[in-house]
Design a binder for this molecule. Structure first.
Ligand SMILES: [Fe+2]
Length: 188
């Protein structure tokens, strides 16, 4: 390696994968009759959002990037960090709703499928807008605020988080899970 990495480069790359799996989720939502939904694919999507988007990705933002920005003077209780934290919380609740509805959907009843659809549509809207805000606003501010030493330290810490296991799955396993979903349901 040797080349210097920015404070947001890895997070921006992860956004691209998350956006592609959101497109998969969209195609699952739009797929014909709810009674014929591929619940296994839904389960894989929900696992990806819970473990990759939330635990691995939002974990790095909340535990590393945001505190770095706070240390450099950005407030935590108002402004962009407060908004991002609030949206992470909303996203977490929607993923939990999807997981709960999926559990019920296996019985073949229609009501949990309706809840699943509702939560998925809300999550799609929330997370796409959230990523747009980070990519185009907060991360640009971060790239301006964090100096090279700060970037190097953050990137080393990102690597430590990425080497963890998330409920037993490595980051690479979660990327493969996404890859399989993209092969089956993604747009080329
Ligand atoms: Fe993010």
């Amino acid at each position: 390696m040797g080349e210097s990495r920015s404070a947001t480069g890895m997070l921006r790359e992860e956004h691209q994968l998350i956006l592609r799996v959101l497109d998969v989720l969209q195609s699952l939502v739009e797929k014909g009759d709810v009674g014929e939904w591929d619940l296994e694919a839904w389960g894989d999507c929900v696992a990806f959002f819970r473990l990759f988007a939330d635990a691995c990705h939002h974990g790095k933002e909340e535990d590393l990037l945001f505190p770095e920005l706070e240390a450099r003077g950005m407030p935590r209780d108002s402004g962009p960090i407060a908004v991002m934290l609030y949206e992470h919380k909303q996203g977490r609740a929607l993923v939990a709703q999807m997981a709960g509805a999926l559990g019920g959907a296996e019985s073949g009843e229609i009501e949990p499928l309706n809840r699943l659809e509702h939560a998925a549509r809300a999550y799609l809207e929330l997370l796409r807008a959230h990523i747009y805000k980070e990519d185009n606003h907060l991360f640009n501010m971060a790239d301006f605020m964090v100096d090279k030493a700060g970037c190097d330290r953050l990137c080393a810490q990102y690597d430590v988080v990425c080497a963890r296991r998330f409920e037993g799955r490595a980051k690479e396993d979660l990327e493969n899970l996404a890859g399989n979903l993209l092969d089956r349901f993604g747009h080329p």
